[in-house]
Design a protein around this ligand. Structure first.
Ligand SMILES: Nc1ncnc2c1ncn2[C@@H]1O[C@H](COP(=O)(O)OP(=O)(O)OP(=O)(O)O)[C@@H](O)[C@H]1O
Length: 636
């Protein structure tokens, strides 16, 4: 029953709310999916916190009210104890209830019902309304912006680090807001009320409290920052030694082959020793701050106690007043240590938000135009028109490159390693924007159409296609939803993968097409992975095909078996193939020989052999094998 009741509050905030849901990125029935049109998230920590706080305005205002009430109830309870003692002192025991009914009833109500209600409301606000929805809304909105970033963005960072920023950004922002509105605010309310109540008993007590507050602020401003610095040093030392361990574990084969475990031990121990030293420094500072607070609180309690006793002796303070004052300061003593811990958490969370914002908030650099149309491929003609591109380096790579590929033509890109072949196909896929010139497909500039429609029109098999940590079936059908088993089997058969897939079994016992691939799943050989990638592209059936070393990981037998299916797959499509093993592309309609980002020769295989240029040199060096270093030297 309680569960059902609490569930009602979970829907106050929708964790998946954003500027439109993912479906609304699509522009109605024609399904235009435009990248880069989500409002970026604010790029400073304050604005980021505020941006999300506004989205949860009412629950957070509720939290503020509850935070204040929590402080108030604490103060009322201690003051009530004072009133009760005074009432007891001045009344016959048998008359206590009759004479002080309202006082006792009120204390009873506040302690039993009011306090429980406030705590319950606070819990519901925090645990049901805010924690699951608010935290995760921040993560969801962050994730959606990060995934829209360019390929370069992901190449320049660690995937794990990016995921961590999305995860931690939500956690830190949520924790920060809750700590400020609930914990910090209830503490401040309690301190203000205590100061007021003590002032009503004896102004000197308030003076003691004021001095205590100054001391507390001094500690926060002077000692706490050192803790922060030492905490960061400890975190850095921690990542150094764990980084060393991860490096050794990742490269375990090298460690084992070179029998370097002892050396690794020493290397890791050295990092670990630095970490231990950093922990010790931090712990010394923690003891210092805890002692400082203990002394300060001791002074505050004895100060207020002293005033209470002399006031009582002088008759200006009642016994109940003494009890209330001592109760309040004892509680304050308890709260202040806990508050210091929270303030430290606040500062740490703020730093985490600053880090997360730097990763999450930059605008994506490669976006669709607001009016980007859907690419319409009628024939599949591709044209590189005077393009220049240097990976932002100023010069080199691709300079004023021109190439027109007729619809349905099959061209091979040939050249030494580093000549710029992969760069050209990446530009066609718009993984990077050209610096000048333009690339068109059937006359449409690829930068004027949506990236989604561009990439939907191109099937790519690369040397090392990454498979997602999902089932084989999901990997083959990746990007499509309504697919039948029969279609999947057919694609696998044509990619020559149907023979090995049924024999697979992952550690969880899933077999065949249901087996999971990836780090914790089954391990496939390079050739097996490549065949899955080919099945995926066969399945996609796009009008333009890019084969970048698509069969390099296969043995000649499997390659020959697939080649037939590849030839069938290539029918009616425009194909750009890259291969170092020239025999695999020699039969294509036209070979384009590239050197230092320029076309140096082009034509059919026989013509190029006849020309006795770079291609002929590369071909001679091959002797049926790969183009190696020798070929590169020979070609210079
Ligand atoms: N992300 C990148 N940032 C900067 N420079 C890059 C990047 N990727 C490639 N390059 C540089 O661009 C040049 C062309 O590389 P590219 O990968 O296009 O060559 P390639 O002809 O495909 O070579 P290979 O046959 O070895 O795959 C190389 O000099 C390479 O160092």
């Amino acid at each position: 029953m309680m569960d059902g009741f609490l569930k009602r509050f979970e829907h106050v905030l929708d964790p998946f709310e954003d500027q439109g849901d993912p479906a609304s990125r699509e522009d109605g029935a024609n399904g235009v999916n435009r990248i880069g049109h989500l409002e970026p998230l604010p790029d400073t920590a304050n604005a980021f916190i505020w941006h999300f706080a506004k989205q949860a305005k009412w629950p957070l205002i509720g939290l503020l009210v509850i935070g204040g009430l929590t402080g108030l109830i604490e103060a009322v309870m201690f003051t009530g104890v004072g009133w009760l003692i005074d009432a007891m002192e001045s009344t016959e025991p048998s008359q206590l209830l009759a004479e002080h009914f309202w006082l006792i009833a009120s204390l009873f109500f506040v302690t039993l019902i009011g306090r429980a209600l406030v705590l319950f409301a606070g819990s519901v606000l925090e645990e049901q309304m805010i924690a699951p929805s608010f935290f995760n809304r921040i993560r969801w909105q962050s994730y959606r912006r990060v995934i829209e970033q360019s390929y370069t963005f992901f190449q320049n960072d660690f995937a794990g680090r990016l995921a961590q920023k999305v995860q931690q950004g939500g956690q830190a922002t949520g924790d920060f807001v809750i700590t400020i509105l609930q914990t910090f605010w209830s503490f401040v309310t309690f301190v203000i009320l205590t100061a007021t109540i003590l002032g009503a008993i004896d102004w000197r007590m308030t003076a003691v409290l004021a001095l205590w507050s100054l001391g507390y602020v001094w500690i926060i401003r002077n000692i706490l920052p050192q803790i922060r610095i030492l905490g960061r040093e400890r975190a850095n030392a921690n990542s150094v030694w764990t980084g060393r361990v991860v490096d050794s574990f990742t490269n375990i084969l090298s460690v084992k082959l070179f029998d370097s475990t002892r050396k690794e031990d020493a290397f890791v121990k050295n990092g670990f020793a630095n970490y231990v030293e950093a922990v010790r420094r931090l712990c010394r500072a923690l003891t210092t701050i805890r002692t400082a607070i203990a002394v300060l609180n001791g002074l505050m309690m004895t100060g207020v106690g002293w005033v209470a006793v002399i006031g009582w002796q002088a008759g200006s303070i009642s016994t109940g007043g003494v009890a209330a004052a001592l109760g309040l300061v004892l509680r304050l003593n308890q709260m202040s240590g806990w508050m210091m811990f929270n303030i430290n958490g606040l500062v740490r969370n703020y730093g985490t938000i600053q880090d997360a914002v730097a990763t999450i908030s930059p605008r994506p650099t490669l976006v669709d135009k607001p009016d980007a149309a859907v690419l319409s491929v009628r024939k599949g003609g591709v044209s590189f028109e005077d393009i220049t591109f240097h990976y932002g380096k100023g010069s080199g790579i691709i300079e004023h490159f021109n190439l027109t590929i007729r619809p349905g033509e099959k061209v091979g890109l040939v050249g030494r390693s580093g000549a710029g072949k992969t760069t050209l196909v990446n530009l066609l896929l718009r993984l990077y924007d050209v610096e000048s010139g333009r690339i068109t497909i059937d006359g449409q500039n690829i930068s004027a159409v949506t990236q989604a429609s561009l990439r939907a029109a191109i099937g790519v098999v690369t040397q090392d296609t990454g498979l997602l940590h999902r089932s084989i079936r999901e990997n083959i059908a990746y990007g499509r939803s309504d697919v039948s088993d029969a279609e999947i089997y057919e694609a696998a058969r044509r990619a020559n993968a149907a023979s090995f897939i049924p024999t697979l079994r992952d550690p969880k016992g899933n077999a065949g097409y249901k087996a999971t691939v990836g780090e914790r799943g089954i391990k496939l050989s390079g050739g097996q992975r490549q065949r899955i990638a080919i099945a995926r592209v066969l399945f996609k059936d796009a009008p333009i095909l890019i084969l970048d070393e698509a069969t390099s990981a296969l043995d000649s037998e499997v390659e020959a078996a697939i080649q037939e299916n590849l030839n069938v797959m290539m029918q009616g499509k425009t194909v750009i193939a890259i291969a170092h093993r020239l025999s695999t592309i020699a039969s294509l309609d036209r070979l384009i020989v590239i050197d230092e980002g320029r076309i140096v020769e082009e034509g059919r295989h026989q013509d190029l052999i006849g020309k006795d240029g770079l291609y002929a040199q590369l071909w001679r060096r091959q002797s049926g094998g790969f183009l190696g270093e020798l070929a590169a030297e020979a070609a210079q």
